[in-house]
Design a binder for this molecule. Structure first.
Ligand code: PEP
Ligand code: MN
Length: 337
């Protein structure tokens, strides 16, 4: 923590502050500049958090150099974490790909896609049974029926299942069917939901909110870890910017930034980030080149008829091509797929 004194702060004011710091068994480090004096505080700074330091006479501002998130931070854990989903490991050397339709529409279609994405190299099937839609009149998902179809697809193919939770009241139901619980962009700061998935021991895919900073994403992950669930995978899925050529703007630099700040695995969603199927493969490759541990990609056998996000869904053949291209990039950056 750094305490910046006002330009005209007196010696008496400084001594008063320093004596309080010492009383708390912390070490003050005083740096006297031409304009003002700065006090660096060394020791367990968390005890200072409870002190209203800015109320001290002569203090201008207090800057915390302690990161607000702890358990998700690389300071807390140096080695990268690997999230194990029944043998499928996210965060190791192998790039993990989750693929499937935006929404679960019907059983036949889901199982057909599951076989195709598996053949192309995906190990996790995605599909929303509860859909966060901008319009209340748009398709909202099949609910429990959709979860049951996902479980049947898992049974048939051996793929693991990732599906979104929107409401804490659906927790038990989703826990029963999903291998990974997805928290979508719109719920990244639904703190009750974060706490609830944190109480479970189910792996969580936490997507970055479209208008949230990396720090806020890490704080949201902290909620989950603070409840004891360390199996969290982060996802960069594009953020809102002034650019309107794409649905969102894929924040590629978020990947190395998150990797430097946190030990948690990070994947990229090039489908929601771009909103355009033709941009999915280039952005998927960029994500892997930037150090992502995996991808989540929307695939549909007939995007024109998709109940949601057809514009950004890949035909299975194009998904298979993407996998080949991503494989080359993965190899170039020392990863396997
Ligand atoms: C999704 O993955 O189905 C989804 C709705 O994504 P996001 O929360 O990133 O918009
Ligand atoms: Mn979608």
């Amino acid at each position: 923590m750094i305490i910046v004194m006002q330009p005209g702060a007196t010696k008496k004011q400084l001594d008063h502050l320093v004596s309080r710091i010492k009383k708390l068994k912390l070490r003050p480090w005083i740096s006297r500049g031409i304009e003002r004096t700065i006090v660096g505080v060394i020791g367990d700074e968390s005890v200072l958090r409870t002190q209203p330091l800015e109320a001290f006479p002569g203090v201008e501002k207090v800057l915390s150099i302690l990161k607000p998130y702890k358990l998700v931070s690389r300071d807390f854990k140096k080695e990268s974490s690997v999230v194990d989903i029944g043998g499928v490991k996210v965060g190791g050397n192998k790039i993990i790909v989750m693929a499937g339709p935006c929404s679960v529409e019907n059983k036949k279609l889901l199982i057909d896609i599951a076989h195709k994405v598996k053949k192309a190299g995906a190990t996790i099937l995605r599909g929303g049974a509860f859909k966060p839609r901008t319009s209340p009149y748009a398709f909202q998902g099949l609910g429990l029926k959709g979860l049951k179809f996902l479980a049947e697809a898992r049974e048939e193919t051996g793929l693991k299942i990732v599906t979104e939770i929107m409401d804490v009241r659906d927790m038990d139901m989703i826990l029963k069917y999903a291998d990974i619980i997805q928290i979508g962009a719109r719920n990244m700061q639904n703190f009750n939901l974060l706490r609830e998935v944190g109480k479970s021991r189910k792996p969580v895919l936490l997507k970055r909110g479209m208008a949230n900073t990396i720090k806020e994403l890490l704080m949201s992950a902290e909620y989950i870890l603070a409840e004891g669930n360390f199996s969290v995978i982060l996802c960069e899925r594009g953020i809102r910017t002034f650019e309107d050529a794409t649905r969102f703007t894929l924040d590629i630099s978020a990947i190395p930034v998150i990797k430097s700040l946190s030990h948690l695995p990070v994947i990229v969603d090039p489908s929601h980030a771009t909103g355009k199927w033709g941009l999915v493969a280039p952005c998927a490759k960029a994500g892997i080149a930037a150090g992502a541990d995996g991808l989540i990609v929307e695939v549909h056998p007939n995007p024109e008829e998709a109940f949601s996000d057809g514009e950004q869904s890949l035909y299975p053949e194009n998904f298979a091509l993407l996998m080949k291209e991503v494989g080359k990039v993965a190899e170039a950056v020392g990863r396997e797929i």
